[in-house]
Design a binder for this molecule. Structure first.
Ligand code: FEO
Ligand code: CA
Ligand code: CA
Ligand code: CA
Length: 547
């Protein structure tokens, strides 16, 4: 099907001039901002006539931005954040929480450190077992960072050595928010594979453990329920006997106290993100996708105000539009296979399949559209099924109720050569309902003649305007350095800054004397993952903030 701007807008739902009502329900919806005000007809008219000059696809080793945007480096790998700790590797999700509503320009930045490239981090060359020191290096460089930042004279800067700055690593003790032990523990060691995340209505961060099996392996069960452990990619289990069941959760981090907890009730799988919605009675609905080919979309519905423990986990049957309950006590199929609710949550993937959940093409980020209230999920690709460029899945809950148990689902093939975009990953809506998306073409397939991604060149950041002359057009506004992926886009509360991660530049490097990227072009000429702050009139205009 040929890409069509009109169809894209009708899929999303149009933001009509003068009729944009920003719904009050957006107390906290993952990466979306809480709209502060309704746009005036004049502002929307100005946006209608605004023309964006995008960047063309590029294979240049640089962070290229469209006219009207500029960036500053905020934090890069190994930057000291206090006297003991430094900023970790491969930054992904970025989230900012201001100190309070009256102090929007100072607050806490949370950054996920998803995984390491041993080549750069521990010096492991792929031969033989890793030493304990190498494993320790790798385990230190994952997890996340809390860093206090402040905007002064229009520039953001980290407050180095601030007492709130801290690292969460693969060794940090973290409590389980559950009444029963998981693999014998109520407190576990560390967090890893922290990909995307979310925010809570009570101003804490959510960090999602995605490809946990790479760190301590995965326990698999045969037809007779006999367990065996598949080895991990990193081999950390050879030095530390940490059960893999302690990973694959949604982790909540409170930047004020420096404490963290893992939410068992939200299930264990390769969580890409976790997007919350607060109901009128303060119960929480949490959406999360399992980013693995043919895995599923989940939704937790709380039964008590503000609880991410008391409630029920559901998994999506998108064919019939039903949220399937994963409650052990009321599901005979689950009772036959698992001994209790804890086991169902730990082995959520197996449980989901027993219930008939729909396999999806790798669900990545999830956002609630501020214009329509629809739930938008990026499905990045599923090469084994011939889906190379990905799509967007739209979930419309029955009667617009986020705690509904039925819904309608539809997909739009957002990726493809016609629109210059492939492999949607992170999503963010701005105040005006424009959709911002990043692409994640894997480094091994990017810029390769024999792969279907040649035309797209390096990964990028894109925006789809919702109104006006460019409505529905996918416009590239940033091009990443070589081998890199742009991740974790997050708008500051005033909408004037977009925080963005530049993850894994130079990932395909095979020889440190000839790295495939040298971004951010430091004197040592080595590639470094870094977080940037993007500002400029283009962002302000898109947010209806400009003139
Ligand atoms: Fe870490 Fe699904 O991206
Ligand atoms: Ca997002
Ligand atoms: Ca991702
Ligand atoms: Ca991805």
């Amino acid at each position: 099907m040929a890409y069509s701007r009109r169809k894209f807008i009708s899929f999303l739902g149009q933001a009509s001039v003068g009729a944009m009502v920003l719904p009050p329900f957006l107390a906290a919806c993952g990466n979306s901002n809480t709209p502060k005000k309704k746009a005036s007809p004049e502002q929307l008219e100005a946006l209608k006539n605004f023309v964006i000059k995008g960047v063309i696809p590029s294979d240049k080793d640089d962070l290229l931005l469209a006219d009207g945007l500029e960036y500053q480096l905020l934090l890069e790998w190994k930057d000291a954040i206090n006297e003991e700790d430094y900023f970790g590797f491969n930054n992904d999700f970025v989230c900012y929480i201001p100190l309070d509503a009256d102090t929007p320009n100072e607050g806490w930045l949370w950054v996920n450190h998803e995984y390491v490239n041993p080549f750069f981090v521990s010096g492991y060359d792929g031969n033989g077992p890793k030493t304990k020191e190498q494993v320790d290096q790798e385990m230190y460089n994952v997890g996340g960072s809390v860093v206090r930042i402040r905007k002064e004279n229009g520039k953001w800067k980290p407050l180095k050595n601030h007492a709130d700055n801290r690292r969460f690593t693969s060794q940090t003790p973290i409590a389980l928010n559950w009444d029963h032990p998981v693999a014998g523990a109520t407190e576990v060691r560390g967090t890893n594979s922290n990909c995307s995340g979310g925010i809570t209505p009570w101003n804490t961060f959510l960090s999602c453990e995605e490809n946990y099996q790479d760190c301590f392996g995965e326990r698999v069960y045969d037809a007779n329920n006999q367990a065996s452990l598949e080895a991990s990619y990193y081999g950390w289990e050879q030095q530390y006997n940490y059960p893999t069941e302690h990973y694959g959760w949604v982790v909540e981090v409170d930047p004020k106290t420096g404490t963290a907890q893992k939410h068992v009730a939200l299930g264990r799988f390769a969580h890409e993100c976790c997007t919350l919605y607060e109901l009128e009675d303060k119960r929480i609905v949490a959406y999360s996708g399992d980013d693995k080919a043919d895995e599923h979309l989940y939704k937790f519905i709380g039964s008590k105000p503000g609880s991410l423990k008391e409630g029920t986990l559901y998994v999506a049957d998108t064919v019939n539009g039903v949220w399937l309950s994963m409650d052990w006590a009321s599901q005979p199929k689950l009772k036959a296979r698992f001994k209790d609710q804890t086991e169902v949550l730990v082995r959520a993937r197996e449980a989901a399949k027993l219930l008939g959940a729909t396999p999806l093409n790798r669900p990545e980020d999830i956002e609630i559209d501020p214009i329509t209230g629809h739930v938008i999920v990026s499905l990045t690709n599923n090469k084994s099924k011939g889906d190379y460029h990905g799509s967007l899945l739209k979930v419309v809950e029955k009667d617009g109720a986020f705690d509904a148990l039925t819904f309608t689902a539809s997909t739009y093939m957002a990726g493809g050569e016609e629109n210059g975009f492939s492999c949607p990953d992170n999503l963010a809506f701005d105040f005006a309902g424009n959709l911002w998306m990043t692409s994640d073409i894997s480094g091994s397939a990017m810029n390769k003649e024999d792969k279907p991604y040649m035309a797209f060149k390096n990964n990028g950041l894109f925006v789809i305007p919702r109104v006006g002359a460019m409505a529905g057009k996918v416009i590239q506004v940033a091009s990443a350095p070589r081998d890199a992926e742009l991740t974790g886009p997050w708008f500051a509360p005033d909408g004037k800054t977009l925080f963005l991660s530049v993850q894994h530049p130079g990932e395909q490097t095979k020889d440190l004397s000839a790295p495939t990227s040298t971004w951010p072009h430091n004197p040592d000429k080595m590639p470094k993952p870094a977080v940037v702050a993007i500002t400029g009139p283009l962002i302000e205009k898109m947010h209806l903030l400009g003139d």
